[in-house]
Design a protein around this ligand. Structure first.
Ligand code: BGC
Length: 253
């Protein structure tokens, strides 16, 4: 007799924090408290591994029988990380999935952080049963993007790195939540930058829905109403937990 796996652990590695929880895969909800540690300065692999291990220890989920999904803020292809915008350069071309599996002594499932947030929202949130093109964006240290077409993820979209014409800077350096903090912007000033960014995405891809995730999505009322777009734009149902929930969901798919 086989029993359906209804629980998994999700760990969401970000440029600023590493968060994890045990997740109920039927409801798409956290079953434990959310454990968070700071991303180690420099975000070198050994330090990130130790931080992930400490999250798992605190959660008390070191049992390899519980599936584990890990999300990472970079392009992830065939287990390798291929970029490093807000982590150490060492991750470029690095066998990251194997590195975590060897270091943690267990199997993991590994993917891009925005992509897993997209998976969470399509299964349990704002993208559920939405036809056409849904674009999820996470506004945090960087800008992560996930493209979902009729519920299917097109992985590794890196639209946080669109360039601002004449300024030679990534979109995320201008419009991520970290840019608001760095430049001490008011909601209104930040919304002007977001207006540029979402209008540009809208022009390039004509999506049917924008979903906004990341920690700041809990304050969506402060800035989303200021945006003038043709495309509807809503906060992620799971706010900043979408990455944890999606990483866990990935672990049993
Ligand atoms: C990275 C993406 C990531 C996003 C959010 C960007 O800088 O290039 O891979 O999804 O940050 O963490």
């Amino acid at each position: 007799m086989t029993t359906k796996t209804t629980r998994a652990v999700g760990v969401d590695i970000g440029g600023t924090g590493i968060k994890g929880a045990l997740v109920d895969l039927e409801k798409g909800e956290l079953l434990s408290d959310r454990v968070k540690v700071a991303t180690p300065a420099g975000a070198e692999p050994d330090d990130v591994l130790a931080a992930v291990q400490s999250v798992l220890d605190t959660l008390g989920v070191t049992d390899a029988d519980i599936p584990l999904g890990v999300a990472f803020p970079a392009i992830v292809k065939n287990g390798k990380t291929l970029s490093a915008a807000n982590v150490a350069e060492t991750w470029v071309g690095f066998e990251a999935e194997k590195f975590f599996e060897d270091g943690l002594g267990r199997e993991i499932h590994f993917a891009n952080d925005a992509d897993v947030a997209g998976i969470a929202e399509v299964r349990y949130g704002a993208a559920r049963n939405v036809p056409g093109l849904v674009m999820l964006t996470t506004l945090g240290t960087g800008i992560g993007t996930a493209l979902l077409y009729n519920g299917t993820l097109i992985p590794n979209a890196e639209l946080g790195h669109l360039q601002r014409a004449h300024h030679g800077k990534d979109a995320e350096a201008w419009a991520a939540y970290s840019a608001m903090e760095r430049d001490e912007l008011t909601w209104k000033k930040w919304a002007q930058r977001l207006q540029w960014y979402y209008s540009y995405l809208e022009f390039l891809l004509s999506p049917d829905l924008f979903i906004v995730g990341g920690g700041v999505s809990k304050h969506a009322d402060e800035f989303l109403p200021m945006l003038k777009l043709t495309t509807p734009i809503v906060p992620a149902t799971h706010r900043n937990n979408a990455g944890i929930i999606g990483a866990a969901a990935l672990a049993v798919s």
